[in-house]
Design a protein around this ligand. Structure first.
Ligand SMILES: *[C@@H]1O[C@H](CO)[C@@H](O)[C@H](O)[C@H]1NC(C)=O
Ligand SMILES: *[C@@H]1O[C@H](CO)[C@@H](O)[C@H](O)[C@H]1NC(C)=O
Ligand SMILES: *[C@@H]1O[C@H](CO)[C@@H](O)[C@H](O)[C@H]1NC(C)=O
Ligand SMILES: *[C@@H]1O[C@H](CO)[C@@H](O)[C@H](O)[C@H]1NC(C)=O
Ligand SMILES: *[C@@H]1O[C@H](CO)[C@@H](O)[C@H](O)[C@H]1NC(C)=O
Ligand SMILES: *[C@@H]1O[C@H](CO)[C@@H](O)[C@H](O)[C@H]1NC(C)=O
Length: 350
């Protein structure tokens, strides 16, 4: 270089830059550091970017050279946050998160009835791993119930094991003849207590009262205690509906008693009917009537077609309604006309 030119350079640095090119500081890349950090770089000088911890370079170039034009080559580097693997699902709980990358956090919580064991939070670290170990949700446990009337009430676990967990149930029993008042099953609740504990009490029922058209079998006039039962019967011809037995309940009331349903007289003097699939004469075979719930079929005549069809009628607790189509025959008609029960059956008559 000419000595004068050098002098000019010393006098005016800016002017010199126009003649002998240098590069300015290379562009900043987010989350990256430079190996050489200066204000001015000579042509041919090389810099290298390094991604900060927790970040990884994309496919872009990391090394750049100051070009004779005084510019850096187009920068293609990107530093992207490292990703942590998704945490495994939390049984009986949930995870709150937005992303699984460097510095993201995941918070853990458990469903009602479960306690979190371990850390509530984890963060994605620079090495792509989560801090700490993941927590677990362990079911709440319920202590065995304290039974005030010891020896009178007991319980048994319906799940194996010594410990009762959330939603486990136990079943209580009272020593006979005491009656259990309350709910016989209790559930371990989310807050570690039992849903309810019943009590055992002496319960008596009054002397049972008889039923209409029936009787109590072998009854003794006394009060009965809890869970004793009595049996009922019906008068002859009456049909029992409901359970034969009634039990003294823990309310001090008798359980529902049976009812006796009345038989029916068939309200005709003479007729041939179908009873249990066989032709019967009402005046002979069914003069005592039929039982509650039984059915007889009457023959009705279709005059136009000269045929007969049957219509059912049932006995309902002493009530019996003749079919409307049935005509009771007078003495004279029985002499001159065929009984409908002897006529040919109509093909498809209702
Ligand atoms: C239950 O308790 C008994 C006696 O306290 C003990 O020997 C047994 O190991 C326990 N079983 C469980 C499953 O914890
Ligand atoms: C008894 O308690 C259980 C829970 O342990 C509940 O599901 C049930 O409905 C209760 N029964 C009555 C009759 O209240
Ligand atoms: C537990 O929860 C039940 C119902 O949610 C509540 O009635 C009871 O008072 C609670 N017990 C305690 C000790 O918190
Ligand atoms: C009531 O009595 C019957 C036998 O008549 C018995 O099987 C049942 O276990 C008794 N129930 C209670 C709660 O004592
Ligand atoms: C028991 O009988 C009494 C008196 O008849 C009645 O008030 C009560 O409702 C009955 N209880 C039940 C559970 O039937
Ligand atoms: C029987 O008939 C009577 C009188 O018509 C009526 O009050 C009663 O409810 C009837 N019974 C049945 C079971 O239909």
């Amino acid at each position: 270089m000419h000595p004068l030119a050098l002098l000019g350079c010393l006098v005016a640095l800016s002017h010199c830059a126009l003649t002998t090119k240098v590069c300015p500081r290379p562009p900043e890349v987010l989350f990256a550091t430079l190996n050489v950090d200066k204000k001015v770089y000579e042509v041919g000088e090389e810099v290298e970017y390094t991604c900060r911890p927790g970040f990884m370079p994309n496919s872009g170039q990391r090394k750049y050279t100051c070009l004779p034009t005084g510019k850096w080559a187009f920068n293609t580097l990107l530093c992207l946050p490292k990703r942590c693997p998704p945490p495994p699902p939390l049984q009986n709980g949930k995870m709150d998160f937005e992303e699984f990358q460097y510095q993201s956090t995941v918070t853990f919580s458990c469903d009602p009835g479960y306690n979190l064991v371990g850390s509530r939070m984890s963060q994605c670290m620079a090495d792509g791993k989560w801090t700490g170990t993941f927590p677990q949700c362990q079911p709440v446990t319920c202590a065995p119930p304290s039974l005030p009337e010891f020896g009178v009430i007991s319980f048994r676990r319906l799940h194996p094991g010594n410990v009762s967990h959330f939603l486990d149930t136990i079943q209580f029993e009272c020593v006979p003849p005491l009656a259990l008042i309350g709910n016989e099953t209790a559930t371990c609740m989310a807050n570690g207590t039992w849903s309810s504990i019943p009590v055992c009490k002496v319960v008596n029922c009054p002397t049972p009262i008889g039923i209409e058209n029936g009787f109590i079998e072998f009854a003794v006039r006394r009060t009965y205690h809890y869970n004793e039962s009595v049996s009922f019967g019906c008068q002859p011809g009456f049909v029992m509906e409901g359970s034969k037995h009634s039990r003294c309940e823990n309310t001090g009331n008798w359980s529902t008693k049976p009812v006796c349903r009345a038989p029916c007289k068939i309200p005709v003097k003479k007729a041939v009917v179908l009873y249990n699939g066989e032709k019967k004469r009402v005046q002979n075979d069914l003069k005592d009537g039929i039982l509650h719930g039984e059915t007889v079929s009457f023959f009705c005549k279709n005059k136009e077609k000269s045929c007969a069809y049957t219509v059912d009628a049932a006995c309902v607790d002493g009530n019996f309604t003749l079919p409307a189509c049935f005509k009771e025959r007078g003495f004279f008609s029985t002499l001159v006309k065929k009984d409908p029960s002897e006529m040919k059956a109509c093909e498809d008559e209702a």
